[in-house]
Ligand binder design. Structure first.
Ligand code: PAF
Length: 282
């Protein structure tokens, strides 16, 4: 495994691999690996000749007052896990290398970024799509792998790829969960033990929504209210949003007739967690 921090060097290396006919899989990350990242790497390892993982805590996707400074960082630990997962190349650039002096070009997906996390984190997705476009240009992957926990991000990135005619497949893989159902996230380590216990209400409320939809509930407002009420039984939880929406357009649903995305963002102290279920009314 080789670690590269220079954008031109990774670009040259990946160009040469593509010329040799190798397929490249990319797992873009902000580091602080957990089992969710490792599972993306395993899939990508199996699908491609070359596995590239990027580790970059992207400053421009964090708003003012958000947790850029306190975001967990552990490059040595990440490199050890990447090696174990059979990664060929780790791209770990500095912020100055990605955004050198004079940088002024941003990529903006305008519609599917409006609701959910886009509403509570203005500018967040502009930061994501800008860095993801740069990573795709530098690495030229045939496939890039994302986790379902960040479902809206995957919709936004798919839109970016379609709208800008980028020639790669976006692969969305299931959320990896702790034993009590909490979605794995680099931010989980910042929860205090009582917050960590309280956070299991997220999975419990999504599971309840799933049961109710499977049992025939079709009214999105009822599901919304149920999830909201269940989370509010937990005194340490502060809801940012709960939404029942169309999984493609991310527009709120009135009636659940086919697939529905039930998504939420909830704060426990300073830590904001997101999760979602894709549920199909049958
Ligand atoms: O999901 C993430 O970790 C980040 O948003 C990504 C895709 C690596 C872009 O910085």
């Amino acid at each position: 495994m080789q670690t590269i921090d220079d954008p031109s060097a990774i670009q040259r290396r990946c160009e040469s691999l593509r010329r040799d006919g190798k397929t490249i899989g990319l797992v873009p990350t902000m580091g602080a690996f957990h089992e969710g990242h490792v599972s993306l790497m395993r899939w990508a390892r199996a699908d491609n000749d070359i596995l590239v993982v990027s580790v970059f805590v992207n400053p421009i996707q964090f708003g003012r007052g958000e947790d850029f400074d306190s975001y967990p960082r552990d490059l040595d630990g990440d490199l050890a896990q990447a090696e174990q997962a059979g990664v060929d190349l780790v791209f770990a650039p500095s912020a100055e290398a990605i955004y050198p002096k004079g940088f002024q070009t941003y990529v903006d997906v305008t519609e599917v970024t409006k609701g959910l996390c886009g509403a509570s984190r203005p500018g967040h997705f502009r930061g994501v799509t800008t860095v993801v476009a740069k990573l795709f240009n530098l690495i030229g992957p045939h496939r890039a792998y994302f986790g379902q926990k960040d479902y809206q991000q995957s919709v936004v990135v798919r839109r970016l790829v379609a709208d800008l005619n980028m020639a790669l497949d976006i692969v969305l893989l299931p959320t990896v969960r702790e034993a009590d159902g909490l979605a794995m996230s680099s931010r989980n380590i910042r929860l205090t033990p009582p917050q960590r216990r309280a956070a299991s209400v997220l999975y419990a409320s999504l599971s309840r929504a799933e049961t109710r939809i499977r049992d025939g509930e079709r009214n999105a407002a009822t599901i919304f209210e149920d999830v909201r009420a269940m989370i509010e039984t937990e005194p340490l939880a502060r809801i940012d949003y709960v939404a029942v929406c169309d999984p493609e357009t991310l527009q709120p649903l009135d009636c659940i007739e086919g697939p529905a995305l039930v998504a939420l963002a909830v704060r426990f102290g300073e830590t904001r967690l997101i999760d979602n279920f894709l549920i199909t009314a049958s």
